[in-house]
Write a protein that binds this ligand. Sequence first.
Ligand SMILES: Cc1cc2nc3c(=O)[nH]c(=O)nc-3n(C[C@H](O)[C@H](O)[C@H](O)COP(=O)(O)OP(=O)(O)OC[C@H]3O[C@@H](n4cnc5c(N)ncnc54)[C@H](O)[C@@H]3O)c2cc1C
Length: 396
Amino acid sequence: MSSRLASVLVQSARGPARQQVRRYASPAAGGGGGSNMGLVLGGLGLAGLAGYIYLDRNPSAKAAIEADKKAAIERIESVTHGAKASLKERTDSAKASANELIGRAVDKVEEKKDAVKSLGNEKAASGEAGLAIIGALIKDSWTDFKLEKVEPYNHNTAIYTFSFPSEDATAGGNVASALLVRSSDAKELLDDKGKPVIRPYTAITGPETKGHLKLMVKEYPTGKMSKHIADLKIGDTLAFKGPIQKFPYKANEFDHGVCVSGGSGITPMYQLITHAMDLKDDKTKFTLIFSNVTDKDILLRKEWDELVKANPDRLKVVYALDKAPYFWKGETGFITKDIISKYAPKADGAEKVKIFVCGPPGQVKSVSGPKDGPRQGEVGGILKELSYNADQVFKF
Ligand SMILES: Cc1cc2nc3c(=O)[nH]c(=O)nc-3n(C[C@H](O)[C@H](O)[C@H](O)COP(=O)(O)OP(=O)(O)OC[C@H]3O[C@@H](n4cnc5c(N)ncnc54)[C@H](O)[C@@H]3O)c2cc1C
């Protein structure tokens, strides 16, 4: 109620009615002791009626009250509008600060990545090892290396040399480990689900080789990554990540390693066996059973034959061919239970044995049972029939 209306009502209520209310309302005044509520209500009613009549007869007072009401509404609206504007301003400013913080965090991550990359290269150059970031490769981030050279090896395989950004950097990592490979433009080579195609490869250069790494890649007619690599031109790049630790080899951990391999699955065995043969005090013996379609498909044959010559007491290589030439001294046909029993120590024999498997999916399934994604999966196939347990088998 506006102050003007209130004063009108008070004025209307003045006079005998007001005095009566005062007399009956006070118990100290003695009186009859009954309720005076009726009189109060009556008085208020009269005041209201008087106010109404007064206003009806005084349009200027009514207009003044309307003006007061309008002003009050305008004030409320202006306060509400101000509050709204200030809330929006604060929300916008909070949004802007959050965006700025996110932007700064992203910049910091990028900065750290670059720092880590150059630190890795520096440490590799100074020969310091044991870092999470080793040499030119980064475990959790893709790094592009430039294709420097392609050397055809046979009808479907070539050796690809990729150069590191620094001549002193190395691939690093421990034996046995693999690298992951992806197209430099992640959207260029996708699988059926629309995800980038990523494949493991094993460099045929050692972890300490400076300035570059070499991949020996066999091209499959319908192969996604092997075709992509085969189509690269000198100067193009390929993205690498790693190294991914596979089997941490230690000298003399077992007496006899048997490597069962097919086709391009030979590269992890090459890394493992060349490393073991290089270790000064390692007495571990190795037998490689290497299957291929024809003798032209045998990868790194010259290197294997030289390695056997240099380590006759420690290394034996057995070739198996699906299509063997007439005077063939090796094994023929797929790898069978008989072939493995002929060359591998028995599961429960005196020699502590470890059997490594890497080859085409069909061969791995038949020899050892398939891998379970990145996990080893149960031992199955021929090795299970021959009673080798999970500790005696490693699938690359
Ligand atoms: C630890 C590890 C290291 C490896 N290192 C090398 C290496 O150094 N050099 C190399 O060339 N490969 C290597 N491979 C195999 C490589 O990762 C790919 O599987 C191979 O290049 C085929 O990939 P892709 O995308 O071209 O073919 P995909 O598109 O995957 O397959 C196309 C076709 O080829 C068949 N196929 C897939 N892989 C093989 C295989 N290995 N043998 C026979 N047929 C196959 C498939 O059944 C399919 O029909 C390695 C594999 C592992 C697990």
